[in-house]
Design a protein around this ligand. Structure first.
Ligand code: GLC
Ligand code: CA
Length: 560
């Protein structure tokens, strides 16, 4: 089993293709753009590249609405470009992971086009259709993107389920033909040579039997499905079947995106016996700064407390140890930039220091680290101030529902919440240099460039030996060369349990101890942690070591 776990000391880099590098100056990133930047990624030292969806798609949800699973979106390139990219990645000793979006398709997918024609169509049961109840939707479920989760189809006088946008109808996983079609498609990509899949909202594929109403608070227009749709009755059965049909046949890596999982769930999805997935993305640490009012969901602007963060990360480290595998991440294409959210971008010095401190926090933990494009240079939130700056449907819909429709928040407050939490913060063009449009494109980009690109960009980071980039490069190298990071035991440093400002933990194996000490605040703190005289300072984000004095956002790791 052990050598099946080749990914255990690997580091993944996530690329959002639309925003990474534009090669033909139409304002949209593309596959040739990625090829032109592979040397940069190799220099960083990452092992695996994960691409957000690049398939044919009407782009209602930026590629998470797929109309053809076996074709490349022409906006991003051709299949020949893809083959060239895959070969170039492999040539550099890296691997390529695709995004697998099979909870739903686009409404333009030929399965759905057929399914809509009439109730007897052979594809009808590829989707979830129900009769209405006296002119209303079949149940009270709300969509993740605001509004109801059902859409009425006049041709056949039934409703279909869409947990996301109406243009993203949910596939019916109860239908064995759907499952076989998905496995065949996955094998088609692995036969081509792709090295794995990141599986979009994979724990939503099995719906609760009978599709019952969910609980709804007085403020909510629809029931929030997060509470009862994830981890449905047959999800493990489906994933085991997928594993037998696909994963067991190839050397590959799989990571499931799984909202609303506990460590107990994750142990089943990601147990080390490889029966389902290799690891999951859990969201508990991403929900620590949600609004206290559930009707407002993630829309809020407070920084998460260290006490909550430490308790949560520690819980995942200890509960999964020895039985399942963690993914370690701060960012992705759905999350705001970590340095603006858990760190501090108020000054240039704090931006750099806090970005390194947060990287240190996760990169010494057990699991597989994921770096999202731009994180390695400390890219910040976008700083948008007007609703018209936003592109993402989730943000725009939420504004209209919460401000215009329900009046739960005033416009200025909602704009503050969007500035902190909108997914657009992650999707602004990659900042390569200080030229027009940050070197991303000569054309006006599809999404606005963040205003600080002259200060924060790859060219500057590469020219500065003290940059965030080189710090990440070192962290990646440590993971490749120090087994204690992959396999050592995790423990909080004695006395750290209730510290509101400092996070300190150890990793330990027979030969080595690492002591990680992190100041989460912008204040200097005095703390004593016992280290043997022989201890060496492995890495730090300050030029010197002042012993018991921990300066703002200081991070240091001792090895002994
Ligand atoms: C996942 C994706 C997100 C997408 C949604 C629907 O959460 O990460 O970007 O909008 O699924 O596919
Ligand atoms: Ca382009």
């Amino acid at each position: 089993m052990k050598n099946n776990h080749w990914w255990k000391n690997a580091v993944v880099y996530q690329i959002y293709p639309k925003s990474f590098q534009d090669s033909n100056n139409d304002g949209i990133g593309d596959l040739q753009g990625i090829i032109s930047r592979l040397d940069y990624l190799q220099k960083l030292g990452v092992d695996i590249l994960w691409l957000n969806p690049i398939y044919e798609s009407p782009q209602v949800d930026n590629g998470y609405d797929i109309s053809n699973y076996r074709a490349i979106n022409p906006m991003l390139g051709t299949m020949a470009d893809f083959d060239q990219l895959l070969a170039a990645v492999h040539q550099r000793g890296m691997k390529l992971v695709m995004d697998l979006v099979v909870n739903h398709t686009s409404d333009q997918h030929h399965w759905f086009v057929e399914a809509k024609k009439n109730k007897d169509n052979p594809y009808r049961d590829f989707y979830i259709w129900q009769d209405g109840q006296g002119g209303h939707a079949p149940n009270n479920w709300g969509s993740y993107f605001s509004g109801p989760a059902w859409k009425y189809d006049p041709t056949t006088d039934q409703y279909y389920l869409h947990l996301f946008a109406p243009e993203q109808p949910d596939l019916n996983w109860e239908n064995p033909r759907v499952r076989q079609a998905v496995y065949q498609m996955m094998n088609w990509w692995t036969d081509k040579g792709v090295d794995g899949f990141r599986m979009d909202v994979i724990n939503l594929i099995s719906k609760p039997a009978g599709l019952p109403d969910g609980l709804q608070t007085a403020d909510e227009k629809y029931a929030t499905v997060e509470g009862f749709v994830p981890n449905g009755p047959r999800v493990h059965e489906f994933l085991r079947e997928m594993n037998r049909n696909v994963m067991s046949k190839h050397k590959m890596i799989t990571v499931g995106e799984t909202p609303n999982v506990t460590p107990a769930d994750a142990k089943r999805y990601a147990d080390l016996h490889n029966q389902e997935l290799n690891m999951v993305f859990q969201f508990e640490h991403m929900n620590l700064d949600a609004n206290p009012n559930p009707a407002l969901g993630k829309w809020y602007d407070q920084k998460p407390k260290l006490a909550d963060l430490r308790a949560n990360l520690t819980k995942w480290q200890t509960e999964l140890a020895g039985t399942a595998w963690n993914s370690l991440y701060w960012n992705n294409h759905d999350q705001p930039r970590v340095v603006s959210r858990f760190g501090d971008d108020s000054t240039e010095d704090y931006r750099v220091k806090s970005a390194k401190m947060l990287a240190t926090m996760t990169h010494f933990m057990q699991g597989t680290p994921y770096i999202y494009e731009g994180e390695e240079i400390g890219m910040t939130n976008a700083g948008f101030t007007k609703l018209s700056d936003y592109v993402d449907l989730e943000s725009i819909n939420a504004y209209h529902q919460l401000v215009d429709d329900q009046g739960l928040v005033d416009p200025a407050t909602m704009l503050k919440y969007l500035a902190m939490h909108s997914r657009d913060n992650a999707r602004t063009p990659m900042q390569w240099d200080d030229s027009t449009n940050a070197g991303f494109s000569a054309h006006r980009p599809w999404e606005k460039v963040t205003a600080n690109y002259r200060q924060v960009n790859v060219a500057k980071a590469l020219a500065d030996p003290d940059s965030i980039f080189y710090y990440y490069q070192r962290l990646i190298k440590f993971r490749h060369t120090m087994p204690v990071i992959t396999d050592g035991t995790y423990a909080l440093a004695p006395g750290n349990e209730d510290d509101p400002a400092i996070f300190a933990y150890t990793r330990r194996d027979k030969a080595t101890t690492l002591l990680v000490i992190l100041n989460y605040t912008d204040q200097a703190m005095e703390r004593h942690y016992a280290v043997p005289k022989t201890a060496k300072l492995l890495i730090s984000n300050y030029a010197d070591d002042q012993g018991t004095t921990l300066r703002p956002y200081e991070a240091k790791v001792y090895q002994y």
